[in-house]
Design a protein around this ligand. Structure first.
Ligand code: FCB
Length: 449
């Protein structure tokens, strides 16, 4: 039995997002978000679940921070709800809403947990959706104005910022697949949304630097790994299209200042409107790239495979099975994703900002969950990250998704992703086996092989 240790100073933590845990959807002056609207339309979410109450973190926050401390967390990644702070998206600040995050940050610092804040984890103001949402080019200014409000209040104490979480998901699930808010099905809208998200990111980074805020700033992308179904030209090309839509569509403009060529030839009329100077705005130096890794997929050419003409089959390593989301479990994909970024984009500083697994779980009479499947999932992924570090990847930390069970978007409360169990009737929090195991990993800064 040997321990594989991580570099000194490697940061271990867990992540959540505002809409998934806070609840209090219309309290203390909070405005409506597109998710508040989306969940009210019947059948949009499994069992018609909503985030109205979620984990009630808005009220239980001090207790949750105390729990993080007990679990040995060194850092905590959370997001801020834009309409909680600016109920109409802009204009008058809702001080009570902003105060909630102020208290959260102070509680974290008092517990010696490093705050890592994401500005946009999907709960966009409905008031802006009503006037075009991210399709409206003014969204770039809406976002930077919101960022300034937040930086002015919390910038002196938050050392790590991300602009957007998973712009691919916002753009494509929300505007092309219709499975997330705002629930539209139009590829042109997806590409235009992606473009405006990227510019708003770049403009926010620029503002952060120009106005001299302290700390580091980056963006969080969902980077999957893709393998072609065969060596046939048609399969390899389909795989390249899937890779470019999910990965290069974001990394190329962020790091290289251009869009991927093959994809843009393919999508033709769906390409976004780009104005002069846009790529300069997007291509700002960032302090870190946040990587969310969940899946590896085999991509094959498929006539009925939508715009990309591609089919996707999840990949699992032998013996590892699938999670409740139907996702495969393939840790080698994580190593491959990190190496790809290292090789193509100049080895930026990276953090795993999300990785984890969702299961249906049955607790014992004390609400304890023996989630050895999650322990094993995390263990093999930590080792895969370590492989990447050994190969020279500049990886500085790891956030497990998620600190606690929560509202899993369109899947509602079905799959549980937490290392802490939430009892949604009593709102009690019970660390699972994985939380106890993770505390040991953090304490020794290493994983048993
Ligand atoms: C990611 C999201 C996160 C959570 C996990 C399971 O795509 O960023 O909010 O839903 O998936």
């Amino acid at each position: 039995m040997s321990i594989r240790t991580f570099p000194e100073g490697f940061l271990w933590g867990a992540a959540t997002a505002a809409y998934q845990i806070e609840g209090a959807w219309n309290e203390d002056g909070k405005g409506e978000s597109i998710w508040d609207r989306f969940v009210r339309r019947k059948y949009n979410v499994l069992n018609n679940d909503t985030g109205d109450v979620a984990c009630d973190h808005y009220h239980l926050m001090p207790q949750d921070v105390a729990l993080m401390k007990e679990l040995g967390m060194q850092t905590y990644r959370f997001s801020l709800s834009w309409p909680r702070i600016l109920p109409q998206g802009r204009g008058a600040v809702n001080e009570k809403g902003l105060d909630f995050y102020d208290r959260l940050v102070d509680n974290l610092l008092a517990a010696k947990i490093l705050p890592n804040a994401t500005l946009n984890h999907w709960d966009f103001p409905q008031a802006f959706q009503d006037i075009g949402g991210w399709l409206n080019r003014d969204s770039i200014d809406w976002f930077t104005d919101y960022a300034r409000v937040v930086f002015d209040k919390l910038g002196d104490r938050v050392p790590m910022w991300s602009t957007h979480n998973e712009p691919w998901v916002i753009a494509f699930r929300g505007n092309a697949m219709g499975t997330h808010a705002p629930g539209l099905c139009d590829y042109s809208k997806a590409y235009q949304t992606a473009h405006h998200l990227l510019i708003s990111h770049g403009k926010t980074v620029e503002l952060f630097r120009q106005d001299g805020y302290k700390g580091q700033i980056g963006i969080v992308l969902n980077l999957g790994h893709f393998e072609p179904g065969s060596e046939r030209e048609s399969d390899r090309a389909a795989c390249q299209r899937a890779y470019e839509e999910n990965v290069a569509l974001f990394l190329d403009p962020l790091f290289l200042g251009r869009y991927p060529e093959m994809l843009f030839d393919w999508i033709g009329p769906h390409a976004p409107q780009v104005e002069g100077g846009d790529f300069t705005s997007i291509n700002q130096p960032i302090d870190f790239l946040g990587v969310n890794y969940y899946t590896t997929e085999v991509i094959s050419y498929a006539l009925e495979g939508g715009l990309l003409k591609a089919s996707r089959v999840p990949v699992s390593s032998p013996g590892l099975g699938h999670t409740e989301m139907g996702w495969g479990i393939h840790p080698a994909g994580l190593t491959a994703v990190l190496l790809n970024v290292k090789e193509k984009y100049g080895n930026p500083t990276m953090y795993i900002t999300e990785n984890g697994c969702g299961y249906k779980e049955v607790p014992d009479e004390k609400d304890f969950v023996s989630d050895w499947n999650r322990v094993n999932f995390l263990r093999v992924h930590f080792l895969a990250a370590q492989d990447a570090i050994q190969a020279g990847v500049n990886l500085r930390g790891y956030y497990v998704w998620s600190l606690m069970d929560n509202f899993e978007w369109a899947k509602g409360y079905g799959p549980r992703f937490g290392i802490v169990r939430i009892n949604y009737e009593t709102m009690s929090r019970t660390p699972k086996q994985s939380a106890h195991w993770y505390r040991e990993v953090i304490a020794q800064n290493g994983v048993v092989e």
